[in-house]
Write a protein that binds this ligand. Structure first.
Ligand SMILES: CC(C)(COP(=O)(O)OP(=O)(O)OC[C@H]1O[C@@H](n2cnc3c(N)ncnc32)[C@H](O)[C@@H]1OP(=O)(O)O)[C@@H](O)C(=O)NCCC(=O)NCCS
Length: 381
């Protein structure tokens, strides 16, 4: 490779492959799964939209029953897997660290019931289905709580919230949670999805690709911006401190988490929906103050970055935390909750990658020393 070769830092604008799972229209601020706009899909259950993303179509009522029944059965952790997870979780690491470590193990001891069209798809579905119960177990170990019994509900959102909060959620909370999970399902070639595709391109098993994708999601420039944005709002404290906070961030090169996006030039369409939901849900004083603080940070950030080479607006992570808190999800579980949904999106990409695979192996422009010899080696000792 010659020194005149063009380097696409961050692979911006590089079209690495085709996909038919989701379309991100950054100029218009629109997102479609398999052709359907997210604004329509939020009226469906999570299991229905998951089916759309993974299998390509919305299920009829009979198939939906089958999907929900599968997720319930597959989602229960086998005793050996649970025992391994317990040991890991007691180390006290962040739930995302433990989840990434356990992910390949979650594929062991599959139940008799299947949903996947191939063994690879089945492996991915199994890992994704088991994430909610895995998180409940991690939570119990970290908080020293008794482990919750596996809930009887076949509804994904109801089961998830019950596992994580230990309480039976209201119908409104289940609806809101599933809308959030629908919005987190898939998003083009984002960093974690691309990671899953890179790993898959080596023909590594789906569970390994999912574990690697979780590692990418845990970065604060990607999925962990959700916890980061909420912690930032806590640090700012009051809306009147927002302007000075943003000024200082921009002066020192600190990223305001939850702001900016590689693709969107306008507000992220998911952020619009989540902000409205966060507003409706934040009835309690602390959450309302966090929401008002975030709103003030957004306004100051937009104003102070208006001269940047491209418009920077709120992304999905910015207001999500307030909604999660209102649903009883602690901030350490925001990114893991994101992973619980996105795992199905990763799987759709794993399947797509396997259908028309070529190993992903870009080139690098070498800028190190010119070829040379080390010379005579001096005697050691
Ligand atoms: C999402 C993100 C990683 C995209 O990165 P990117 O496409 O490489 O964006 P760029 O770095 O080219 O951004 C353009 C400019 O805006 C600045 N910028 C972008 N997002 C910023 C943010 N959140 N806070 C402060 N400055 C930001 C960049 O520093 C850059 O400034 P420059 O032109 O002076 O060099 C980036 O916007 C970011 O770090 N956001 C915060 C993390 C986050 O919310 N991630 C979740 C994404 S869904």
């Amino acid at each position: 490779m010659t020194a005149s070769a063009e380097v696409h830092k961050g692979l911006e604008g590089v079209i690495a492959d085709t996909t038919s799972t989701s379309l991100v229209d950054g100029e218009a601020g629109a997102l479609y799964y398999r052709g359907y706009p997210i604004e329509s899909l939020v009226n469906y259950r999570f299991a229905e939209v998951m089916h759309l993303v993974v299998f390509g179509d919305l299920p009829d009522p009979r198939r939906l029953n089958e999907v929900e029944d599968y997720l319930w059965h597959a989602g229960r952790l086998p005793a050996e897997v649970a025992a391994t997870l317990r040991v890991l979780a007691r180390n006290g690491a962040h739930p995302m660290v433990t989840l990434q470590a356990i992910a390949p193990i979650l594929a062991l001891e599959p139940p008799a019931q299947r949903l996947g069209r191939t063994d690879e798809e089945e492996e991915g579905l199994l890992v994704a289905a088991r994430i909610p119960a895995a998180l409940a177990l991690i939570n119990a170990a970290l908080e020293d709580h008794p482990e919750p019994a596996y809930p009887v509900s076949r509804r994904y959102g109801e089961r998830y919230l019950q596992l994580l909060t230990g309480k039976l959620p209201s119908a409104e909370a289940v609806e809101a949670f599933e809308v959030m999970q629908v919005l987190q399902l898939d998003h083009g070639f984002n960093a974690s999805t691309f990671t899953a595709r890179v790993v898959t391109s080596t023909l590594a098993p789906p569970a390994s690709a999912l574990a690697a994708a979780m590692g990418a999601l845990y970065g604060p420039l990607h999925g962990a911006a959700d916890q980061g944005a909420l912690e930032m709002a806590m640090e700012v404290g009051e809306p009147q401190h927002a302007r000075a906070f943003v000024t200082q961030c921009l002066a020192t090169g600190r990223k305001v988490l939850g702001m900016g996006h590689r693709e969107y030039r306008v507000v992220d369409p998911r952020a619009k929906i989540l902000k409205a939901m966060a507003e409706r849900s934040a009835t309690e004083f602390t959450n309302r103050r966090l929401l008002n603080t975030l709103s003030a940070v957004e306004a100051a950030f937009v104003e102070q970055t208006s001269a940047k080479r491209r418009a920077l607006r709120a992304n999905m992570e910015f207001y999500k935390g307030v909604l999660c808190l209102s649903l009883g999800i602690a901030k350490e579980y925001f990114t893991a909750t994101f992973a619980a949904s996105r795992a199905f999106g990763w799987l759709a990409h794993i399947v797509e990658q396997r259908q028309d695979n070529r190993i992903i192996r870009p080139a690098a422009l070498y800028v190190g020393p010119a070829p040379r010899e080390p010379g005579a080696r001096q005697k050691v000792g």
